[in-house]
Design a protein around this ligand. Structure first.
Ligand SMILES: *[C@@H]1O[C@H](CO)[C@@H](O)[C@H](O)[C@H]1NC(C)=O
Ligand SMILES: *[C@@H]1O[C@H](CO)[C@@H](O)[C@H](O)[C@H]1NC(C)=O
Ligand SMILES: *[C@@H]1O[C@H](CO)[C@@H](O)[C@H](O)[C@H]1NC(C)=O
Ligand SMILES: *[C@@H]1O[C@H](CO)[C@@H](O)[C@H](O)[C@H]1NC(C)=O
Length: 679
C-alpha cells in the first residue's frame, strides 16, 4: 500500500465539479465543457485501507481467471493474459464484449524481422503459461509468460514476454506492467511500438477526457464507418453520425495526442450509470523519446491506450534495432487502470476531476513498493541526481524551467531518438536547480535544453547511478551555439511552431472542440492546404522590422496545392536591411521544430559568393504536419554566411523546401537568427 493511501480513509469528498449537459441532445454540448460552476458534488470515493474491504480473491477456471476485490472484478483469459471482462458498479462488462476475447484489453507490439525484410507484424503477445506470483488477502499478482524459443516457430516477436496484472485490496482499479527480454545471440529484430489497449462498451462510453480543455462527446465506431475517409484513413468526415450534433465534423485520433510529460491520465465517462474508466501512467521512465515526444491517448471506438514506445511524431529511427545478438531487458509500466463512480444524481464530469486526483496520488506513490519483481527497483534501490544549470548566451543567467534528464549515453540531443533505455526528466526551478529522483541504477548521460535558447546541453562524462546513490552535479553551464551578436530573429527558440500563424481550418473540416480554443487550434485537420488559400499566387514574404511572426509566418513550410492532387515546392523570402557589411563570416542559426521528407535550402540575394549553397539534405520522418502536432523532432543548423553573399542595404534570404509531391512533406520552423561575424 502506498503511504498516501492510508490518509485516504475518507468516505466522501467534496469537490467543485464542472457542469455538463451530459450526452443530452442540447445544442452546443458537443464542444468542450470547461465552465466552472459552483455546484457541489459529493463524490463517493472508495475508502482505502485493508480492513474496511473484503480480501482479494483469485478464482481459477479452465481457460480464464477472475480476480475480485469486492469493488470490481477482472476476468483474464488464461494462459493468454488477455483481459476479457471488467465488472464494476453494476456494469457487467466495461469492455466491449462483442469483440473477440483477444480484442478487448490486451498488450501488443509491432515488429519486423530485418533479415526477411518482412512487413510490419502485430503480435498480441498471447501468454503460454500462468504463474501466480502472489495470492493473499491483500494482493494478487499474476504473470502471463511467453518464453521465446529458438528456432522461431511462429510469427512471434523474438522476446521473452512477461505480462503482469496486480489487484490490491480496497483499490478501485488494477495495475499492469510488462517485462520484455532478449538474450545474447538472438536474431536481429526491429521493434517499433508497444502498448496496452482497452476497447470499451460503445453503448455506454460516449464522453472522452484527455485534459481539462480537451473533453467532448465522441463519435462512435459506426459513425466513423459511415463517414468519408479523408487524406488518410484515420481522419474521417462524419456524414451520418448517430448524434446529429456531430454532423460534418472531422474525427481523427491524432487530434487527441499529447506530449509524454502531459500524458498521465485520460479516459472515458459513462453517464448512466455514472462511471469513469481511466488510464493513469504515473511515470515516463519507460517511455521513449523524452518528455516532449507526442503520442496517442484515447480515441473514438471507444479506445483507451497507454503507449509505452512508438515512432509517432518522431519517425522510424525511434524504432529499436537489435543486431549482432544484443541482449536487452526493459520493464514497461506499471500503468494503473482506474475505475470510479458517483451517484446517479451527480455530475458525471466530476469523475474527471477525481481521476486527476487519483493520478496525483499514483504519481506520488511512484515507484510502487508492492510489485513482486526484482526487475522493478523500489525507492531505496534507486538513486538521486541533483544540480544547478546556468545558461551562458549573451549573458550568464539561471536556466529557468529547463528540461534536465538522464538517458542512455549518447550525443547532445540523442535522447529524442532513444528507445531502449529508461529516461528520467525534470524541470529546473527559477534558480536553475534540479532534482532527478528515483533513477534506476545504470549508466547515463545528463542532457538538458532551455526554453528561450537554442541548442542541446550534455554533461561531458557518463554518470553511474547506483542503488541509493545521491549524486551532486554542482553548477553546470550550457553555452548555446552563438558566433556573434543578433542582427534579427524570427520566433522563439522553444522547439515548437506554436508562436507562428496557425490558420483557421477549412469550415467544412472542423473538429468543434478546437474551434472554441485558440491555443490548440493547430490540432485542426487540413491546415496544410490553408497555405495555398492564403498565398494563392505568391509565396510568403517576411520583412524584418515590419512583419510580425505571429501573423505573417505560417506555422509550417508546406507545399502548394496546384490542384489535381499535385503539390509543388515553395520558396519563402525574408527581406532585411544591413547598414553595412563587415568582413568576416555571418551566421544563420536555423532551428527546425519538425521535418518530414523535406530538404531546406537557403541562399542569399542572387546566390553569388556561396558554393555550394546551404542545404539540409533530405531530412525527417516525424509526420507532424499530417498528425496535427505543432512540433516533431528538433533540428539545429548553424549556417556559415560569407560576407560576400550580403549587401549593404536591402537583402533577401530565400528558403526553399525542395521536396514536393505531397501535402505532408515540409518543415516547421522553431526559430531563425542572423548573427554578425564574431569580434
Ligand atoms: C451555441 O451557443 C452560442 C453562444 O452561447 C449561441 O449563440 C448559439 O446560438 C448556440 N448554438 C445553438 C445551435 O444553439
Ligand atoms: C516476491 O514474493 C516472495 C514470496 O512472498 C518473496 O519471497 C520475494 O521476496 C518477493 N520478491 C520481490 C522482488 O518482491
Ligand atoms: C490530373 O492528373 C492525371 C494524372 O497525372 C492526369 O491524367 C489528368 O490529365 C490531370 N487532370 C488535369 C485536369 O490536369
Ligand atoms: C569563413 O568561412 C570560410 C568558409 O567556411 C572559411 O574558409 C573562412 O576561414 C572563414 N573566415 C573566418 C574569418 O572565419
Amino acid at each position: 500500500m502506498g503511504k498516501k493511501k492510508n490518509i485516504m480513509i475518507l468516505a466522501t469528498k467534496i469537490i467543485f465539479a464542472v457542469l455538463l449537459h451530459f450526452v443530452s441532445s442540447t445544442a452546443n454540448s458537443t464542444s468542450s465543457i470547461n465552465t466552472q460552476s459552483n455546484r457541489k458534488t459529493t463524490l463517493r470515493k472508495h475508502p482505502r485501507g485493508p480492513f474496511l474491504y473484503p480480501p482479494v480473491q483469485l478464482h481459477l477456471y479452465d481457460n480464464y481467471v477472475v480476480v475480485d476485490n469486492g469493488i470490481f472484478s477482472i476476468t483474464i483469459a488464461s494462459p493468454e493474459g488477455a483481459i476479457t471482462g471488467i465488472n464494476f458498479n453494476g456494469i457487467d462488462n466495461i469492455l466491449n464484449d462483442h469483440n473477440k476475447n483477444t480484442d478487448r484489453g490486451y498488450w501488443d507490439v509491432n515488429w519486423r524481422d530485418p533479415s526477411k525484410n518482412s512487413k510490419d507484424n502485430l503480435d498480441k503477445l498471447a501468454g503460454r503459461q500462468l504463474d501466480i506470483i502472489v495470492n493473499n488477502e491483500n494482493i494478487v499478482e499474476l504473470s502471463f509468460k511467453r518464453p521465446w524459443t529458438f528456432p522461431q516457430e511462429d510469427d512471434h516477436v523474438s522476446l521473452n514476454i512477461d505480462k503482469r496484472f496486480v489487484v490490491l485490496r480496497g483499490s478501485s482499479g488494477f495495475y499492469s506492467y510488462g517485462i520484455f527480454e532478449r538474450l545474447k545471440g538472438w536474431p536481429d529484430l526491429d521493434l517499433y511500438q508497444g502498448r496496452i489497449v482497452f476497447k470499451l462498451q460503445d453503448k455506454l462510453f460516449r464522453y472522452m477526457a484527455v485534459s481539462d480543455e480537451r473533453q467532448r462527446i465522441m463519435p462512435t465506431f459506426e459513425d466513423r464507418e459511415k463517414g468519408v475517409p479523408l487524406e488518410y484513413p484515420e481522419a474521417v468526415l462524419l456524414t451520418h453520425p448517430s448524434n446529429s450534433l456531430l454532423q460534418g465534423e472531422v474525427d481523427d485520433k491524432y487530434q487527441y495526442s499529447t506530449e509524454n510529460k502531459d500524458n498521465r491520465v485520460h479516459g472515458w465517462i459513462c453517464s448512466d450509470p455514472p462511471v469513469g474508466f481511466w488510464m493513469i501512467t504515473p511515470s515516463n521512465e519507460f517511455r521513449n523519446g523524452g518528455p516532449v515526444k507526442q503520442d496517442l491517448t484515447s480515441h473514438a471506438g471507444p479506445v483507451t491506450l497507454s503507449m509505452f514506445f512508438s515512432t509517432h511524431y518522431a519517425g522510424i529511427d525511434l524504432g529499436m534495432k537489435f543486431r549482432d545478438g544484443e541482449p536487452w531487458k526493459k520493464v514497461f509500466g506499471p500503468v494503473f487502470v482506474y475505475l470510479n463512480s458517483v451517484p446517479a444524481e451527480d455530475d458525471p464530469v466530476s469523475l474527471w476531476v477525481d481521476a486527476k486526483e487519483e493520478m496525483l496520488m499514483q504519481t506520488e506513490s511512484w515507484p510502487y513498493n508492492f510489485l513482486n519483481s526484482s526487475d522493478f527497483p523500489r525507492a531505496h534501490q534507486r538513486g538521486l541526481v541533483t544540480g544547478r544549470l546556468l545558461v551562458h548566451d549573451v549573458k550568464l543567467a539561471y536556466a529557468k524551467d529547463a528540461f534536465v534528464g538522464l538517458a542512455s549515453p549518447g550525443t547532445p540531443g540523442s535522447w529524442q531518438e532513444e528507445s531502449k533505455g529508461y529516461q528520467f526528466w525534470t524541470r529546473t526551478d527559477e534558480g536553475g536547480y534540479f532534482n532527478i529522483k528515483n533513477v534506476r541504477p545504470g549508466f547515463y548521460h545528463l542532457y538538458a535544453w532551455v526554453p528561450g535558447y537554442i541548442g542541446d546541453y550534455m554533461y561531458h562524462s557518463i554518470i553511474y547511478v547506483f542503488q541509493g546513490s545521491k549524486i551532486r552535479m554542482g553548477v553546470l553551464v550550457h553555452k548555446p551555439p552563438r558566433n556573434g551578436h543578433t542582427i534579427w530573429e524570427i520566433g522563439v527558440p522553444d522547439r515548437t511552431a506554436a508562436e507562428f500563424y496557425v490558420p483557421e481550418p477549412n469550415p467544412t473540416l472542423m473538429n468543434q472542440l478546437y474551434a472554441s480554443q485558440r491555443t490548440e487550434s493547430f490540432r485542426q485537420y487540413g491546415l496544410w492546404d490553408r497555405y495555398t488559400d492564403l498565398y494563392p499566387d505568391r509565396d510568403l514574404v517576411y520583412t524584418v522590422g515590419v512583419s510580425d511572426y505571429a501573423s505573417d509566418w505560417f506555422f509550417a513550410h508546406v507545399n502548394r496545392n496546384v490542384g489535381n492532387k499535385t503539390y509543388i515546392p515553395t520558396t519563402w523570402t525574408v527581406l532585411f536591411d544591413l547598414e553595412d557589411v563587415v568582413t568576416g563570416n555571418y551566421t544563420i542559426q536555423l532551428a527546425l521544430a519538425s521535418a518530414t521528407g523535406a530538404e531546406v535550402q537557403v541562399k542569399f540575394n542572387d546566390g553569388r559568393g556561396a558554393y555550394p549553397p546551404f542545404t539540409t539534405g533530405l531530412i525527417g520522418r516525424d509526420n507532424a504536419i499530417a498528425r496535427h502536432g505543432i512540433h516533431g523532432l528538433y533540428w539545429l543548423y548553424s549556417i556559415n554566411v560569407l560576407h560576400s553573399q550580403l549587401l549593404a542595404g536591402r537583402n533577401a534570404m530565400y528558403i526553399t523546401q525542395t521536396r514536393g509531391s505531397s501535402p505532408f512533406k515540409g518543415v516547421m520552423y522553431d526559430y531563425i537568427r542572423l548573427e554578425k561575424p564574431p569580434y
